[in-house]
Design a protein around this ligand. Structure first.
Ligand code: SF4
Ligand code: SF4
Length: 70
C-alpha cells in the first residue's frame, strides 16, 4: 500500500454467497473465504485498491474505499 493511502474493505456478509470470484480475481491475494464461506480481507495491507473485487462480485457484496493521504 502506498504511503498515506488507506483502503477500507467493506464486505456485506449477508450478500456474499461465497462464490470465491473476488478471491480468484484479486491480483494481490488480499481476499480469502473464511470458514463460513464468506469473503474476508485477510491481507488488507497488500491491497492496491484496483477494485477488481468490487467490479467482479456478482452480488455487489464488496465495496472498496480508497482514501488518499495528504
Ligand atoms: S465475489 Fe462477492 S459473493 Fe463471491 S465470494 Fe466474493 S464477496 Fe462473496
Ligand atoms: S481492490 Fe484489488 S487488490 Fe484490493 S482486495 Fe480488491 S481486487 Fe484485491
Amino acid at each position: 500500500m502506498a504511503k498515506g493511502k488507506s483502503i477500507e474493505h467493506i464486505i456485506d456478509k449477508s450478500w456474499c454467497k461465497g462464490c470465491g470470484i473476488c478471491v480468484h480475481f484479486c491480483p494481490k491475494q488480499v481476499l480469502e473465504l473464511n470458514s463460513d464461506e464468506k469473503a474476508v480481507a485477510a491481507r488488507p495491507e497488500d491491497c492496491i485498491g484496483c477494485k477488481l473485487c468490487e467490479l467482479r462480485c456478482p452480488d455487489l457484496a464488496i465495496q472498496i474505499i480508497v482514501k488518499e493521504g495528504e
